[in-house]
Structures are given as structure tokens and as C-alpha cells.
Design a protein around this ligand. Structure first.
Ligand code: HEC
Ligand code: HEC
Ligand code: HEC
Ligand code: HEC
Length: 355
């Protein structure tokens, strides 16, 4: 008996040592913790200093370029086929083309989007997509301030120097249920990246960041009436929450007081920003990404022929604010919305930068 306990202890210690040494050292001690809620509520953020260090390089903004003057002839007067950026001065226009090249296609240069013999030509799909992306970026900055604030986004927020952003998602194919002999797994038990390799449904994003399903665990009524909150819905909800925590590199208590996940009164203000973020991602996918489906070549689409879509991770990439809140938009005021081609007055720029 004593020998058995001894054996067990050795196995336990060995097991613990092995977990501690695993590579990469994701959860190895020591960890840092930061108080996030009222004292005594246990609302702390646990950070792994090694993960935070590796995040730094990923979230450093490229060198800033000074805003260009709004004066001189307009792009629509100088060029032949300018459908979206006509209100920019010709100088600003070429400045943005140069910036877009470093943000999206630094390897291939202008030729990634252009037939370089004729810059007005629209024959490359990448140019057609880019035009829609410019409108999308302006829409996000102009109409979703309750999420992106004055920090805003540029192409770099998602692309980070890659033609295809590193964090996109597709709707998986429906499970083959073999003439209904096999039960519906609802995407469970196949560790998925979007749900941090847990056994939650591998695709918690189609219901919420494309469709408009209820994000709920508790039903709104005591008895399961017509307004039933199903187990599947609860699992999707936890899947989405796992994706959100992972994308921002935070714990659940960044947005919730775990006394009640449901109650808004006890939640930190970040939950409201997240609430708008869910609606923003859904809007971006429905209004901009899905309509581009036929523009993309087959090799850019998912198994089911759907377009690559935006999630929280597309912009955040592990940081609580993309690029830790670095306000790149101030150098490119014309991306804040149509008709916003004038550079912001100097003191306003300084104020935004200091935020
Ligand atoms: C990521 C894609 C992309 C890259 C890279 C890019 N462009 Fe463009 N370019 C566009 C889009 C989209 C338009 C059309 C804008 C509109 O309709 O408002 C355009 C239009 C132009 C036009 C206007 C042509 C005309 O007569 O209508 C010029 C000039 C131009 N780009 C120059 C450049 C230069 C120079 C580079 C490289 C430094 C470059 N572009 C890189 C997407 C790109
Ligand atoms: C909210 C995130 C987001 C922002 C902001 C964004 N993009 Fe995109 N972009 C995407 C996604 C998602 C795709 C689809 C990925 C794919 O091509 O398969 C994409 C695809 C593209 C492509 C096609 C690349 C290819 O090879 O298929 C181009 C070109 C592009 N974006 C240009 C831009 C430009 C220019 C801007 C800024 C004006 C911009 N994007 C801003 C998310 C974004
Ligand atoms: C970035 C902020 C954020 C993080 C992190 C987050 N949540 Fe949420 N959570 C929300 C928002 C916003 C809602 C409400 C969504 C809505 O109604 O559209 C919500 C809703 C919920 C609900 C549904 C409550 C109800 O009404 O039934 C549960 C349960 C929940 N979260 C659990 C979690 C868990 C568990 C974690 C950690 C794995 C987590 N959340 C992490 C923002 C967050
Ligand atoms: C188009 C890019 C983009 C997408 C997609 C996006 N965010 Fe954000 N988010 C931002 C920007 C930019 C900020 C910084 C705003 C500011 O400075 O206040 C931000 C801020 C936040 C904050 C506030 C952080 C704080 O400490 O104040 C939360 C929470 C958040 N996002 C959650 C989410 C969630 C959850 C999703 C997915 C449902 C999401 N975001 C999708 C761009 C994005």
C-alpha cells in the first residue's frame, strides 16, 4: 500500500515536471497578474510574461509617415479610373498607394494590384478587392467609432505586411451524417484552433460573426418555453467567448464579473466595446467580405467555396487593442471616411497620439 502511494507520488512529480518543461512554454510559471476589477472580486488578469514578450514584435506599428497636404489637384482630375478616392489630393493619393503597398504587398509592390503597363486597368482581382477594402476601412473608421474609437484601423491592422491576413476563418463543411445514422456532433470533439483546442464546437463564429444567433447560456424564462436556450447555443456561446479571450490575450474577467456572466451591471466597460465589436465584425463580413466571394479565385476560398472572413483575431492578434492602441489612422485621415481628406489640425493629432 505504502509502495503504491510512493509510486503514485513519483509519477505525479514526473508528470508535473514534464508539463512545466513542455515546449513552447505556454503556461510555465512564473505568471504575472494585474487587478482589473473592484478589490475582493477576484477580477485579475493573468499574463504570461513570455507570451507578452513574443507579442511585442507582432504588435509594433510600422514607421509613421507625416500626413500629406490636402492641396493641389484632386486625384479624380489627374487619373482616369478613380472610383473611391477621388476626393484625395493627387499627392495624398500616391502617398496612400505607397503606404498600401508596404501594408499589404511589400514583396510584389505596385504590381500586386496593378497591370503596370496601365494603372487605370482593373483586370487584376486584387485591385478590385483593394477598392472594396478601402471602402470597408472607411466604413469601420467612420461608422464603428463605438468600437475602434479615434485609434481606428488601416490596412496594416489586419494585413501586417501580408496579402492574406494571418488570422482569417472559413465556415467548415457540414458533418457527413451518413443518412442520419451518425449523430450530429455540432462540431464537437475535434480540437479547433478557434476554440483554443478545447472540445467546444470548432466553428463558433458562423452563428455569431456571420449569422445573428442569440449569444446566451441562461434562458430568459424559468421554464423552457418557446424561447428555449439550447445546450448547443450554450456551447457556441462558450466557443465564441474562448475565441474572444484568446484573440485579445485576456481572461474572462477582462469583460465579466464571474459572479454573474449575464449581468451587465457588474461587467467592466470593456464588455460594451466587445458587444459593439461582435456587431461590427458581423457587419464587415456581411456587407463587405461575402459580396466579394465571386471576385476571389478558388484557391483563396474555403472548402465550401466561402470567402475568408474577419474575426476578433484578424485585427487584435493577441493584443487587448490592435498594435496596443497605436493610432496609425492619424497619419491617413482620408481613411476615416469619405470626404475626410483634410489632415487633422496639428493639436488634435497630438491629442490623439497622447491617448
Ligand atoms: C493593394 C492594392 C494596390 C497596390 C499595392 C497599389 N495600388 Fe494603386 N490602386 C489601387 C486601387 C484599388 C486603385 C483605384 C482606387 C479608386 O478607385 O479610388 C488604384 C489606383 C491607382 C492609380 C490611378 C490610376 C488611374 O488612372 O485610374 C495610380 C496612379 C496608382 N494606383 C498608382 C500606384 C502605385 C505607384 C503603386 C505602388 C507604389 C500602387 N498604385 C500600388 C490598388 C493598389
Ligand atoms: C478588417 C480587416 C481588414 C482590413 C482593415 C483590410 N483588409 Fe484586406 N483583406 C482582409 C481579409 C479577411 C481578406 C481576405 C483574405 C484572402 O485574400 O483570402 C483581405 C484580402 C485583401 C486583398 C486580396 C489579397 C489576395 O491575395 O487575395 C487585398 C489586395 C486587400 N485585402 C487589400 C487591402 C487594403 C488595400 C486595405 C486597406 C485600404 C485592406 N485590405 C484592409 C481583411 C482586411
Ligand atoms: C472581450 C470581452 C469578453 C471576454 C474576454 C469574455 N466575454 Fe463573455 N460576453 C461578452 C459580451 C459582450 C457578451 C454579450 C454578447 C451579446 O449579448 O451580444 C458576453 C456574454 C457571455 C455569456 C452569456 C450570458 C447570457 O446572457 O447568457 C457567457 C456565459 C459568457 N459571456 C461567458 C464568458 C466566459 C466563460 C469567458 C472566458 C472564456 C468570457 N465570457 C469572456 C464579452 C466578453
Ligand atoms: C476591424 C478591426 C477590429 C476587429 C475586427 C475587432 N476589434 Fe476590438 N478593437 C479594435 C480597435 C482599433 C480597438 C481600440 C479602440 C480604442 O483605442 O479605444 C479595439 C478595442 C477593443 C476592446 C477595448 C479594449 C480596452 O481595453 O479598452 C475590446 C474589449 C475589443 N476591442 C474586443 C473585440 C472583440 C471581442 C472583437 C470580435 C468580436 C473585436 N474586438 C474585433 C479593432 C477591432
Amino acid at each position: 500500500m505504502i509502495l503504491r502511494i510512493f509510486q503514485l507520488l513519483i509519477m505525479l512529480t514526473l508528470g508535473m515536471m514534464l508539463t512545466a518543461c513542455k515546449d513552447p512554454p505556454i503556461e510555465r510559471l512564473p505568471m504575472d497578474s494585474v487587478q482589473h476589477g473592484y478589490r475582493g472580486t477576484g477580477m485579475v488578469q493573468v499574463y504570461n510574461p513570455r507570451t507578452v514578450a513574443s507579442q511585442d514584435a507582432l504588435n509594433t506599428a510600422p514607421p509613421s509617415t507625416p500626413p500629406l497636404p490636402d492641396s493641389g489637384p484632386k486625384a479624380k482630375e489627374v487619373y482616369k479610373n478613380v472610383q473611391v478616392l477621388g476626393d484625395l489630393s493627387a499627392g495624398q493619393f500616391i502617398g496612400l498607394m505607397t503606404a498600401m503597398t508596404t501594408w499589404v504587398a511589400p514583396k510584389d509592390g505596385c504590381a500586386y494590384c496593378h497591370n503596370v503597363q496601365n494603372l487605370a486597368d482593373d483586370s487584376k482581382y486584387t485591385k478590385v478587392v483593394a477598392r472594396k477594402m478601402i471602402e470597408m476601412t472607411r466604413h469601420i473608421n467612420g461608422n464603428w467609432k463605438n468600437h475602434v474609437a479615434e485609434t481606428g484601423v488601416t490596412c496594416y491592422t489586419c494585413h501586417r505586411g501580408n496579402p492574406v491576413p494571418t488570422q482569417v476563418w472559413f465556415t467548415p463543411l457540414e458533418q457527413n451524417k451518413g443518412a442520419d445514422f451518425i449523430g450530429d456532433r455540432a462540431g464537437q470533439n475535434t480540437p479547433g484552433k478557434l476554440v483554443n483546442l478545447s472540445s467546444l464546437p470548432t466553428d463558433p463564429l458562423t452563428p455569431y460573426l456571420l449569422d445573428d444567433k442569440q449569444i446566451r447560456v441562461n434562458g430568459p424564462t424559468p421554464l423552457p418555453s418557446g424561447n428555449r436556450s439550447s445546450i448547443k447555443q450554450a456551447e457556441w456561446t462558450y466557443g465564441l467567448m474562448t475565441h474572444m479571450s484568446n484573440s485579445l490575450g485576456v481572461n474572462c474577467t477582462y469583460c465579466h464579473n464571474t459572479r454573474s456572466f449575464q449581468s451587465w451591471e457588474g461587467s467592466p466597460p470593456q464588455r460594451i466595446t466587445a458587444y459593439h465589436g461582435i456587431r461590427m465584425a458581423r457587419d464587415v463580413n456581411k456587407s463587405y467580405m461575402v459580396p466579394l466571394t465571386d471576385t476571389f479565385p478558388v484557391n483563396r476560398k474555403g472548402e465550401g467555396g466561402d470567402v475568408a472572413k474577419v474575426s476578433c483575431a484578424t485585427c487584435h492578434q493577441g493584443a487587448y487593442k490592435p498594435l496596443y492602441g497605436y493610432p496609425m489612422l492619424k497619419d491617413h485621415p482620408y481613411l476615416a471616411g469619405p470626404g475626410k481628406s483634410a489632415a487633422a489640425p496639428k493639436d488634435e493629432v497630438v491629442k490623439t497620439a497622447a491617448k
